[in-house]
Write a protein that binds this ligand. Structure first.
Ligand code: MSP
Length: 512
């Protein structure tokens, strides 16, 4: 059994979660469930980023005091994760004392090493992205290069971390580790950036007279720590860095950091350099997924086009939403969210293909065998061979490469071959002709196929798979990828329930 440490970004608590936040955590959860299915010892971390100007401003606007404002937002994130079945192992908050201590220690250590100095900062700041920008960057983008909003001109004394000192080291590291950033397009983006630009040292403080909501900078009482420097350190503070060394040694390095492509620079440039400067091993992989957009505009609160995941869960259920987000686009690409696409996916793939297969198979099992299916032979039907063997060979590869959509494509090919098998076999004729052994073989093949397809579907549709396993009468033993060989289950005693996915009327209110 090997350990596998997965992280998501820490979400800003300036507003309630939207579909974009839900997406990263669904991806993380899918990976965590796959790894557990594989027998690995998973540690799945998520949490909230609670300091900085943006959160303070939002609390002030809401008229609440900052602490109760944050508590309310944290509760909303946690409640969404529960509704979406996000199986995280720990929820880190940047306001935890243990985290605050780790951040302070990191600053002191870097300062002792000579990697921090004080200087005048002249540049620009985007409050929404909590990011510093240079004049040429602002001029070229005509606003914040990340979000296109207006930026503030800043002129203040600050503390800087010597990012530039590590530029060549990072370039070499990336050349030696071409799989460090995925997908490839993001790797190329970072390598290209480092080849064509000189890194500017990172400002790691904000004067308290401007930004008071943050971790006190241990070097100077007049400053707080810059929110990104604070937040990135969560990945080590959450697992005990410097206060629970055994735990830290067991879990670090993180095996995969899931992020959106909007925060690539912070994770693929700042973070590796901070770790290197602190003498800490680098994470295994940074996977940057694409954006969900609405009519080609990135979904975000400030653009006023948010899609509320709670309303969708209420209407279509958590598994259907998880399925859509993981199936509709490759994880590295952008996609447009639309209610129509969501409903079509649910009706076609989940209600028609998967739901019908399970419902009619269980129906036939009850009608023809009173739910008790004991076959004479457990041979894989010839028709199943291609999609079944393909999945056996490729499933783990797809999952390890975060090719979730391709993986689902393979599973649904298998499901549809089973649907065709029903149509081609015409069991009602076998029944009429009293061909009992053929009927048992036919039903066993379908039930065994559904059992294995469900195993593969577990990371995507956890509640649905639990229901399928109950209906197949196999819920008592733990689900494991080790049980995916054909013929493992000798017989089935089925217990049919209602169809898994009722069809949804397309004419409901528009969420996009
Ligand atoms: N607090 C920082 C992250 C610190 S991590 C040490 C932050 N927070 S955030 O609330 O803005 O959330 C950012 C993450 O939410 C993105 O990286 C991405 O994972 C997800 N998304 C936000 N909007 C999104 C879309 N429209 N589409 C897909 N994911 C998006 O940045």
């Amino acid at each position: 059994m090997s350990k596998f440490y997965i992280t998501t970004p820490l979400y800003y608590v300036n507003a309630d979660p939207h579909i974009g936040h839900a997406y990263t955590n669904i991806i993380g959860d899918c990976m965590a469930r796959f790894k557990r299915l594989n027998g690995d010892d998973v540690f799945f971390l998520t949490g909230t980023d609670e300091h900085g100007e943006k959160i303070k401003e939002s609390a002030q606007k809401s008229g609440q005091d900052i602490k109760s404002f944050i508590e309310e937002k944290v509760a909303n994130f946690k409640s969404l994760w529960e509704k979406l079945n996000i199986s995280y192992d720990h929820f880190i908050r940047t306001t935890y004392n243990t985290h605050i201590e780790v951040v302070k220690q990191a600053v002191v250590k870097l300062c002792d090493k000579g990697d921090i100095y004080k200087a005048k900062y002249l540049g620009f700041y985007c409050v929404s992205c909590e990011s510093f920008w240079t004049e040429p960057q602002i001029k070229e983008a005509q606003g914040c290069p990340a979000c296109a909003r207006a930026v503030e001109e800043v002129s203040e004394e600050n503390y800087f971390f010597r990012l530039s000192k590590y530029q060549d080291w990072l370039k070499n590291y990336l050349k030696d580790n071409p799989d460090f950033i995925k997908p490839k397009i993001r790797y190329n983006e970072v390598v290209g950036f480092l080849d064509n630009n000189a890194l500017v040292d990172l400002c790691i403080s904000r004067p308290k007279k401007r930004v008071s909501w943050g971790i006190d900078l241990p070097l100077d009482d007049d400053y707080v720590v810059y929110v990104w420097f604070d937040a990135l350190l969560n990945y080590i503070s959450a697992i005990g860095f410097s206060f629970d060394e055994d735990r830290f040694k067991t879990l670090w390095p993180a095996d995969i950091h899931f992020i959106g492509k909007d925060i690539l620079r912070q994770h693929a440039v700042f973070w590796p350099i901070i770790l290197e400067a602190l003498g800490i091993q680098l994470p295994g992989k940074i996977f940057a997924h694409g954006w969900w957009k609405a009519q080609d505009v990135k979904i975000s609160k400030s653009r006023g086009n948010i899609v509320n995941p709670l309303e969708l869960i209420e209407e279509v259920g958590a598994d259907s939403l998880r399925y859509f987000l993981l199936r509709e686009i490759p994880a590295g690409s952008d996609g447009n969210f639309s209610r129509e696409a969501l409903i079509n996916r649910i009706n076609n793939d989940l209600a028609n293909d998967l739901g019908n297969l399970v419902y009619r198979t269980l129906n036939m099992a009850e009608k023809y065998c009173q739910g008790k299916v004991y076959p004479l032979s457990r041979q894989l039907p010839t028709e199943f061979k291609e999609p079944f063997l393909n999945l056996e060979e490729k499933y783990s590869e797809f999952m390890e490469r975060q090719e979730f959509s391709l993986c689902l494509d393979g599973i649904f090919k298998f499901i549809n071959v089973m649907n065709k098998y029903v149509e081609n076999t015409k069991p009602w004729i076998l029944w009429k002709d009293k061909k009992n052994n053929e009927i048992k073989y036919f039903l066993y093949s379908l039930l065994e196929g559904i059992r294995i397809a469900a195993l593969y579907l577990f990371p995507f549709l956890p509640s649905t798979v639990n229901s399928i396993r109950k209906q197949l009468g196999i819920e008592a033993y733990p689900i494991s990828l080790g049980d995916r060989m054909w013929g493992k289950e000798e017989s089935f005693c089925t217990k049919k329930e209602l169809p898994l996915f009722p069809r949804i009327d397309i004419e409901e209110p528009n969420f996009s």
